[in-house]
Design a protein around this ligand. Structure first.
Ligand code: B16
Ligand code: MG
Length: 219
């Protein structure tokens, strides 16, 4: 049986909109208007790398101190946005899918760039599904670097090629491929993430028992 590695934002919960709102407010501090199209490029990458991109786009330079202060401000804004998150906020179909995979004996890991992943999973009451949690606190390199997924496989005690990643971002699918893992894209079907298995719009689009065949090893 293969193992499953889930991304968080955009796969388990729609916190992407809260990241966007928080980054928009940070960008306004230096009179820059962050667009939704640009925000797509911030999905799946670390807080630090997101701010560096924002500064590049807006042509701004900051001292280390100012940079770190803005990172802290962004996180405060984000934490405020997610303070009322509850288990009703998990994305449609994800509970049923996690339940099914767990009962089928599939090991489950989280592979997220977020440093807030445990807070979010607790708020959603989903943390107990995960055998392993690897997030932004555990890695030096953010997606598309495969570090987060490689560490996930190591912590699960399985080879990388025996993991299937669920991802909503371009950076995340690239990271899965670089880790030699198969990937299923969760996205608006207009934006093909080019995963190795297929794209689905949401977990409602596939019955969990139809996912099972991908987890069978063909040896
Ligand atoms: P934090 P994922 C990523 O999570 C988000 O997609 C990305 O927008 C965010 O900047 C990053 O986490 C860091 O999050 O500020 O909470 O540490 O998609 O990899 O689960
Ligand atoms: Mg994501």
């Amino acid at each position: 049986m293969k193992s499953a590695i889930f991304d968080l934002d955009g796969v388990i919960v729609d916190t992407a909109k809260f990241h966007y709102l928080a980054w928009k407010e940070i960008a306004q501090k230096f009179n820059y208007k962050l667009t939704q199209v640009q925000n797509e490029k911030l999905k799946g990458i670390s807080r630090k790398d997101s701010l560096s991109l924002l500064l590049k786009w807006s042509g701004n330079n900051l001292s280390n101190n100012e940079f770190n202060n803005l990172l802290a401000d962004k996180n405060d804004l984000y934490l405020d946005q997610i303070k009322n998150l509850t288990k009703k906020d998990s994305l449609p179909g994800i509970n049923k899918t996690l339940n099914y995979l767990k009962k089928a004996g599939i090991k489950i890991a989280l592979g997220s760039a977020s440093k807030n992943s445990k807070i979010v999973l607790k708020k959603l009451s989903l943390i107990n599904f995960f055998d392993v949690i690897i997030d932004g606190n555990d890695v030096l390199n953010s997606k598309p670097n495969p570090e987060v997924f490689i560490k996930g496989a190591q912590a699960l005690g399985v080879p990388c090629c025996d993991c299937i990643v669920f991802e909503d971002s371009i950076a995340g699918v690239k990271a899965a491929k670089a880790a030699m893992m198969d990937a299923i894209g969760i996205c608006n079907l207009k934006q093909n993430l080019k995963p190795t298995i297929f794209n689905i719009k949401s977990f409602l689009a596939i019955e969990p028992n139809n996912l099972l065949k991908y987890f069978m090893k063909n040896e």
